[in-house]
Design a protein around this ligand. Structure first.
Ligand code: SF4
Ligand code: SF4
Length: 269
């Protein structure tokens, strides 16, 4: 089967699974640095699965009105649900293509066992954010998260490495981040230095410590730097274009704040 036909088949499979974002990157794209510091060789697809020729990256959104309540039990549960779906979808796509005779492996959405492990060594064995970037699904914001035109940073990714050669998608050149600095200003632990990625890397230990504290209260992940980001067409869908709704002293958003406070009052500590 030609690369374009296989790409079409995978897109159809993703559509059948209600996966809104899917992109394709040649595995050797990891070998040409696009910024500095770049992905070390041992973290690249061909180091992990030497047969890899194409990386398929797919993304599922987290619903903005639920993220709006973050940190909350509501977002905590949504996050778990999306993570479970990402893993199931990755597994099913891998199963489908393997049965069609295309060797491949699937990489689950996270590559660490606990926040304690992350604090000890704050990197996973493979970065889906970078894979999504290289597969043309978006580019990095000041919040260090991959921003997408559809959902801004409110999307999570997983990847499949295949030995099949599939036509690729171009890397997105035009920056999506508008440098509004809302993410930097609202981070409760000042973990974002406010410079362009990758110059301004998140203080991962500070961020992980907050996540650990929230997790003990059934409130992780934090979610603040992704909810306040104005990028993403989901904001128009949910009529949340005005990010001033998050300001505490916004009389026009009293009802929203009352709703979020209600959600935060129950089901978590
Ligand atoms: S997740 Fe929370 S603590 Fe971490 S950088 Fe974003 S706002 Fe800051
Ligand atoms: S909140 Fe503003 S500065 Fe931060 S990533 Fe989004 S657009 Fe960029």
């Amino acid at each position: 089967m030609a690369g374009d036909d296989l790409k079409q088949e995978i897109r159809q499979k993703c559509a059948a699974l209600d996966i809104p974002l899917v992109g394709f990157a040649p595995a050797d794209r990891w070998d040409t640095p696009l910024f500095d510091p770049w992905i070390p060789p041992e973290f690249r697809p061909r180091s992990i699965y030497p047969e890899a020729k194409t990386v398929i990256v797919f993304g599922l959104p987290v619903s903005l009105p639920i993220v709006d309540s973050a940190p909350s039990i509501w977002y905590h549960e949504l996050y778990k649900t999306v993570n479970g779906l990402l893993d199931q979808h990755g597994y099913r796509i891998a199963l489908h293509l393997t049965s069609r005779g295309f060797p491949l492996i699937w990489v689950p959405r996270d590559g660490y066992g606990s926040i304690e492990i992350l604090k000890e060594r704050p990197v996973a064995f493979f970065s889906h954010r970078h894979a999504a970037f290289l597969a043309g699904l978006g580019n990095f914001g000041i919040n260090n998260v991959l921003l997408t035109p559809e959902f801004g940073p409110r999307v999570r990714f997983a990847s499949v490495f295949t030995a099949a050669e599939i036509s690729s998608d171009p890397v997105m050149e035009e920056p999506l981040c508008i440098r509004c600095m809302r993410c930097v200003d609202t981070c409760p632990v000042n973990a974002l230095p406010g410079q362009e990625y990758p110059l301004g890397l998140t203080n991962k230990l500070t961020c992980a410590a907050r996540s650990e504290a929230l997790n003990k209260r059934a409130l992780s992940p934090c979610g603040i730097c992704i909810k306040v980001c104005p990028v993403g067409r989901d904001r128009a869908l949910y009529r949340r274009e005005d990010c001033a709704v998050y300001d505490e002293e916004n009389p026009g958003a009293t009802g929203l704040h009352r709703s979020w406070n209600h959600v935060r009052t129950y089901g978590s500590w």
